[in-house]
Design a protein around this ligand. Structure first.
Ligand SMILES: Cc1ncc(COP(=O)(O)O)c(C=O)c1O
Length: 361
């Protein structure tokens, strides 16, 4: 079976390092926020080109602590998209704020930056684009809007580790960039994890406070905080994967390039100008998605849908629902093909051959 995700495929390459990391942490006497976390934060900041990284328990918590670091709370408004995974919206609601949805651009399926201004009200506190699938929002337009309007951008980079826009990495355009290390992600932990990156030292300090009860060196909460601490084992494991990341990411990009060439006639979301896509998901568009998926599965190929129901149409977020025709139409067609770095080119060729046999793709 050619699988969508298979963390065991690459384990042999790092098994010894993982074993050593495990024993190093056990022998260190520190299980939470210790030297592994500090080292990982330095290394992750360097990898993204940001000054500071604050490691947390998940991508959801990364978004939450970032919104709280901007003092976003009850009834504030956050402009975002519904073409995302639901935790983007869960984090906004956890902060007490309201998601205000804009539609996506019909070519790229990323936030339609041209639709943002008309959604701005006196209560707008943040613009939160989602770089879904490893693609990227129109960053130059968004930065212009953000500085004209004086509203900060928080990037949802949960799926965008390794994505570049011109010479900058995802996460370094807005005030903060929020990453997930859920195991399926391009940089995945062996459990949950996340991080916020920023170039702003005051925000970094505040993120650290919020991450742990609002404590500032003593058992007194200076500001309201939560428990969003990463643990030393995950930080140690992530350091190993981060070192491998450029190499493994190149394998993923090589797999994507095979699809780009072999499936050139098949519709897909446009990669925005100046963007180096990181292909967290390799997404194509099919009018006959369900039959394509079952055909592939019968021939030993898994595929996925990211995502079948846009978040504004989910029962939990009904009250924020507005019509988003492009988002809704995309949700009926998006189809993700296996692309991860544990797959070899021959396997991608097999997927291509099978797809090219399907007459009504
Ligand atoms: C776009 C997006 N945002 C946020 C998250 C939340 O990340 P986590 O699962 O680490 O909480 C995810 C996770 O899949 C995601 O894909």
């Amino acid at each position: 079976m050619i699988r969508m995700f298979d963390y065991q495929a690459l384990l042999p390459e790092i098994r010894d390092d993982m074993d050593q990391a495990f024993h190093r942490v056990l022998d260190s006497g520190r299980l939470i926020l210790g030297p592994e976390t500090e080292a990982f934060e330095r290394e992750f900041a360097a990898a993204t080109g940001a000054r500071y990284a604050v490691a947390v328990t998940s991508g959801t918590m990364a978004l939450y602590v970032a919104l709280k670091a901007l003092d976003i709370g009850q009834d504030d408004e956050v402009i975002t998209v519904a073409n995302t995974c639901s935790p983007t919206i869960a984090a906004i609601r956890m902060a007490g704020a309201h998601p205000v949805f804009v539609d996506v651009d019909s070519d790229t399926l990323m936030m339609d930056t041209g639709a943002v201004s008309e959604k701005v009200t006196a209560r707008t506190r943040c613009i939160l684009p989602v770089h879904l699938w490893g693609s990227f929002v129109d960053a130059s337009e968004l930065n212009r809007l953000s500085s004209d309007l004086g509203i900060p951008v928080v990037e949802d980079c949960a799926q965008a580790m390794g994505t570049r826009y011109a010479d900058r990495q995802a996460g370094t355009f807005g005030a903060m960039g929020c990453f997930s290390f859920y195991p399926t992600k391009n940089l995945g932990a062996y459990g949950d994890g996340g991080a916020v990156v920023t170039n702003d030292s005051a925000l970094a300090a505040k993120l650290r406070l919020i991450r742990m009860y609002g404590y500032d060196g003593s058992a007194v909460s200076e500001i309201a905080g939560v428990n969003a601490r990463i643990n030393e084992l995950q930080a140690a494991f992530l350091r190993i994967k981060l070192e491998k990341f450029p190499n493994w990411q190149n394998r993923r990009l090589a797999n994507a390039e095979i699809y780009n060439k072999r499936l050139a006639g098949i519709a897909r979301p446009k990669v925005p100008d100046h963007v180096v896509h990181s292909y967290h998901q390799y997404v194509v568009l099919s009018e006959n998605r369900e039959s394509v998926m079952s055909n592939l599965l019968q021939n030993g190929v898994e595929s996925g849908i990211h995502y079948p129901v846009p978040v504004h149409r989910m029962p939990a977020y009904n009250e924020f629902c507005v019509p988003l025709p492009t988002t809704e139409s995309a949700a009926t067609k998006v189809l993700s093909l296996p692309v991860h770095e544990g797959l070899v080119p021959e396997q991608i060729e097999t997927v291509c051959r099978q797809i090219l046999k399907i007459s009504d793709f």
